[in-house]
Every structure is written in C-alpha cells, then in structure tokens.
Design a protein around this ligand. Structure first.
Ligand SMILES: CC(=O)SCCNC(=O)CCNC(=O)[C@H](O)C(C)(C)COP(=O)(O)OP(=O)(O)OC[C@H]1O[C@@H](n2cnc3c(N)ncnc32)[C@H](O)[C@@H]1OP(=O)(O)O
Ligand SMILES: CC(C)C(=O)C(=O)O
Length: 556
C-alpha cells in the first residue's frame, strides 16, 4: 500500500481503433518546426523575458533555422505587442521566416492582434479556445454548441480582419486547446466548423494544431488520437496537422514523435523544453533524435553550448547536466566498463564509416563537444578511462600492465578525495609514483659498447659523489641492470618493458615504461627523454631508487 488514494484518479480511456497504422510507420524526414519559446515558453517564466532577452532569443531561433516562430501573445500585454512591432518596424524578420502570434477567440483580442501585425510580410494568426470536457463544464459552463460558437466566431473575426488587411500574406491556425481532454468526435466537429469558415485549400492550407495541453496518457494514446483525428477530419488535404505536446508525464518528445508517425506534419515546441509546468516538447531533443537516426533535422544545432548559453540567459532557468544531448555530462563516462568500451570503439572509428561507438549515441564533436570531456575519472572508473585520459591529454600510451597498476593508485586517490580526479592531478600522480625518483642516485654520463653482447659503463651521481658502474648483458637494459646489481648487490629482474615516441617527428621525446622485480618486490619506473636509451636507463633507476629508498626508510 503506497498510502496514496489512487482511486482519486481515473485512467484515460484508450481510443477504440481496430486498424491503427502508425505503429508501422517510420519517420524519414523532419516535420516542419515551430518554436513557441517566445510565447508558451515565456508565459511560463517566473519573470517574463525582457525585450532584450526576447531579441536575443529570437536571433538564436533564426540562427538555428526556424521558419515559423510564435513570438508572443500581443493582445495580452504591451511588452508582447511592442516586441511584435519592433520585429516588423525594424525589419528584423528574415524573408524566409514567418511570425506567428497567439490569441484567444475573443473579438477584441483578435483586433489587437491584427493591429500588432500591421505591415508584416507574412504572419500566422493562431486562435484557440478550450474544447475539453472539463473546461466546457467547469470553466466556460457551455455545451458543445456553445464552444463551437466561440471557435467559429473567432475564426470569422480572423478571416474578416485578414481580408481587410490584404497587404500581409495570412496563414490561419486554430487549436482546440486541451485536445487530449476532448472527445475525439467533438474535436473533429469544432475543427470542421472552423475550416468551414476559413475554407482552406491544398494551395492555401490552414494549420490545425492539436495540443496535449496537459499530457494525460501514454504516447501511444496520443498517437491514436492523432491518427483518428486525421482519418475523420474534413478537408484533410487542405490542413496542416500540427502537434503541440507538453511534458507532464515526461513523454512530451515521445508523444510528438509518435504523433508524426500518426500523420502530424508540423511540431511546436521550445528549445530545451521550457514551458508550462514540466515544460513544452523539447525541439532540441526531438531534432537530435532524428539526427541520430541519419535524418536531416532541418535545424542547425551544432553550436550546442551557444544554444544552452542563450536559452539559460533568456529563461533564467538552469539546464540539467543530464539534459538529452545538451547537458554538460551527457557525453561523459565515469564508470570503468563504459570508459573501456568507448576507448576501444573510438580507437577503431574511422570518420568515413557510420558512427558506431558504444555508449555514445552521437558523436560529441558534432555538437562542439570534445572527446576530452567524454571520459572523466572518479572512484567508479577503470584502467581504460585513465589510460584514455592520459593519452588524450599527455600523449602517453600506457602498456596494459601499467594501466592495471596505475588504476589502483588512481582509485585509491579518488576514494580518499571522494570526487573526480582531474587529468592534471592524474598526471601529477603518475609523475610522483613512476617518474620523479631521482634519488638516491641519478644517471650521469654513460657509454655503450656492442659486440657479441652489450656492455655499459655509466656514472651514477649520488649527491656530490660520482659512482662508476659497468655491466654486460643481453641488451642495454640487461647490461645496466647487471651493473647496478654488481654495485649494490640486489637482484633486478626485468619483467616488462615498453617504449614509444611521444609526439610525431624526429625531435620527439621518447618514453620508457618498465616493470622490475627487486628482491621479490614489484616496482615500476617510467622516464621521458629525447634519447630512448637514456629514457630506458632512467626508467630502471626510477624503479631501483624506489627500492633503495624503501630499504633506507626501513633501516631508519
Ligand atoms: C494552453 C495555453 O497556453 S493557452 C495560452 C495561455 N496564455 C495566456 O493566457 C497568457 C496571456 N493571457 C493574458 O494575459 C490574459 O489571459 C488576457 C490578457 C489575454 C485576457 O485577460 P482577461 O480577459 O482579463 O482574463 P482571462 O484570461 O482570465 O479571461 C478569461 C475569460 O476569457 C474567456 N476565455 C478564455 N480563453 C478563451 C479563449 N481561448 N477564447 C475565448 N474566450 C476565452 C474565459 O471564458 C473567461 O471568460 P469570462 O470572463 O466570461 O469568465
Ligand atoms: C494555445 C495552445 C496551443 C497551447 O499553448 C497549449 O495547448 O498548450
């Protein structure tokens, strides 16, 4: 028992449809988009946007490529009215962009709306009234015919004013607001009554916008509603079916996607989903979902950080770090197995091939994000992520045996500090643990002789003392290890060795990695030098110095 009184709520009745076709449809092209950021988004803000914020957001929407932008509810407030006037009078609307404005189906508001649009080249006048059962009964206290009358009167007023202002190319839009709470046959009845007034044609279509003003059911129910509506509405070829979903159940994007499969041609929404209550349908997410399926989203979203910056500045709302596609953490893997898989896939990825990288549905660089942000290290990370970070940032390609050893060191550090280990602190740790061991002895001059075997004569510097050592072996490393052994008496057995150039070109530094066993204990040494032999000898010294220091400390 949850303790909730779930009997308080009634489920939405499913649509009775024996032959629904939308589940078999595949989206192959982007719908027409309409941004309602400046209207539905704005009306949901604690503090509505200032004129300069509206101007900034409008500029972004144009840059992103919207061809229809609902810029406000000009009859509602002077700032909205003034903004529309500014756009028109200051010639701010590109030729391929159409302004859209919203009005209730009330004559005085429609008049004011047309006033605001004087001189517009082209405009969508969007008129709405609520049609849902609950609004009919409790808000408007009208029967079905009364609601149809509001819609028809509003549509007639719009048509009359449009005809009086022929210098503008008018597009009519009607929304049966609260469509998802409206009986489907009644939604069709109202819309048919409106289009009977407007008489749209295939050449001059009207937009019929079906809003999930409140998202009330699973997205498949919305898709059924859209398909049912499309099958029953009159003048289907003369109307553009648009949807406008909200996100009350967290499925605003899914509902719009299924609605497109069910016949919707146009989608209204906002950038990153600001809007009433839980928000409007997020166009960025829906467009990027299309993109990730190989479909041109018909919007330019490549500069995602700029989009996030402007939307945040205009709405004064944060963007969740895990917001689909746009959040700062969505291309970041902390967990070890994810990092390992990403690292392996990225290493195999070739730009001419289709994108196929585990855990990354799209290439972060498409949105201006860098691969450096993809893998970040904390206590949940593994060797793959650590190795990836060091390679990306510092050009070191740790051999597998050192990845294993170093990941334990990093893990310990992450557990102690309790947070993320930055690339800088990881590199510092790597240096401290494997490279920076210059005492008790460091390498001075040395000479190699190669005959049937290798011979090394080297000077070791210990404080102000110089110690000569020499040894023979199979290879320089072996010879040097034997030289140290004969001088200090402990046995050095080389277990693993690896080296590579750190940058391209002949003047590149080389790095040597070494694993040795000294008196039964494992040590790792790493050294970087322009000369590969020097790097290798220093790597041995780095390991042996660790052993000698430990021994000295044990004695002390
Ligand atoms: C789902 C949506 O997002 S719809 C858009 C909602 N957005 C907004 O409302 C923001 C802007 N709106 C406003 O600023 C105000 O509502 C205004 C200025 C437009 C109108 O203000 P007012 O007339 O003072 O008040 P209000 O909006 O409460 O009007 C309600 C009246 O209009 C009627 N009404 C409400 N919506 C509509 C409509 N779409 N068509 C016709 N009449 C309507 C109501 O029945 C009510 O009538 P009553 O006064 O006889 O009871
Ligand atoms: C006016 C309509 C389209 C609306 O904003 C809604 O229903 O959410």
């Amino acid at each position: 028992m949850s303790g909730f009184n779930h009997k308080k709520y009634r489920p939405v009745a499913p649509v009775q449809m024996a032959n629904r076709t939308w589940p078999d449809q595949v989206i192959t092209q982007a719908p027409s988009w309409c941004s309602v950021d400046l209207r539905d988004g704005n009306q949901a803000l604690i503090e509505p946007m200032s004129v300069s914020q509206k101007q900034m957001l409008f500029a972004l929407l144009v840059k992103v490529g919207f061809k229809e932008i609902e810029v406000g509810f000009p009859a509602a407030s002077q700032p909205d009215f003034d903004f529309v006037r500014w756009l028109i009078e200051e010639n701010q609307v590109p030729d391929d962009v159409t302004l859209q404005v919203l009005t209730q189906a009330r004559p005085e508001l429609i008049e004011r709306t047309f006033e605001s649009l004087k001189g517009a080249r082209r405009a969508v006048v969007h008129v709405y009234n609520s049609t849902s059962t609950v609004q009919r009964e409790q808000v408007f206290k009208l029967d079905r015919q009364g609601i149809v009358n509001i819609a028809v009167n509003g549509a007639s007023k719009v048509k009359a004013l449009a005809e009086q202002n022929p210098e503008t190319e008018w597009v009519y839009q009607y929304s049966p607001e609260s469509f998802t709470g409206t009986e489907l046959d009644f939604a069709v009845e109202v819309v048919d009554a409106v289009t009977a007034v407007w008489q749209p044609t295939p050449e001059n279509p009207a937009i019929i916008n079906l809003p999930a003003t409140v998202e009330m059911a699973t997205p498949n129910v919305f898709a059924d509603q859209i398909e049912w509506f499309c099958n029953h509405v009159q003048r289907r070829d003369a109307i553009i079916v648009s949807v406008h979903t909200h996100n009350d159940r967290g499925c605003g994007v899914a509902a719009a996607e299924l609605a497109v499969m069910a016949g919707a041609q146009r989608v209204e929404g906002t950038m990153l989903g600001n809007g009433e209550r839980t928000g409007n349908m997020d166009i960025v997410t829906m467009a990027m979902n299309l993109y990730s399926q190989g479909i041109d989203p018909a919007l330019y979203l490549a500069d995602m950080d700029e989009i996030v910056r402007v939307v945040k500045a205009c709405t004064q709302l944060p963007v969740h770090p895990r917001h689909p596609y746009a959040g700062e953490l969505v291309y970041t893997a902390f967990s070890g197995s994810h990092q390992d898989a990403i690292k392996k896939c990225l290493a195999l990825y070739k730009p001419e091939q289709p994108w196929q990288v585990a855990y990354l549905p799209i290439d972060p660089t498409d949105l201006g994000r860098s691969y450096q942000e993809v893998i970040r290290v904390n206590s949940q990370s593994g060797k793959g992520g650590i190795a990836y970070t060091l390679e990306q940032q510092y050009g070191v390609q740790l051999p597998r045996w050192l990845q294993i050893a170093f990941s334990t060191v990093v893990q310990r550090q992450a557990e102690v500090n309790g947070g993320e280990v930055s690339p800088e602190s990881m590199w510092q740790l790597f240096n401290e643990v494997y490279i920076d061991h210059q005492a008790p002895v460091r390498l001075g001059a040395f000479e190699l002789k190669r005959t049937t075997h290798d011979h090394v004569d080297a000077q070791l510097i210990a404080g102000d003392q110089t110690i000569d050592v020499s040894g023979d072996g199979h290879g320089v490393m072996d010879a040097f290890a034997r030289a140290l052994q004969s001088r200090y008496g402990y046995k050095i057995s080389i277990q693993e060795y690896s080296e590579h150039a750190m940058q391209e070109g002949s003047d590149a530094d080389a790095i040597s990695y070494l694993q040795v066993i000294i008196e039964g204990q494992t040590f790792y040494g790493v050294a970087i030098h322009e000369d590969i032999v020097t790097a290798s000898l220093n790597a041995i010294l780095s390991a042996t110095n660790q052993y000698m220091l430990e021994k000295q400390q044990a004695v002390a």
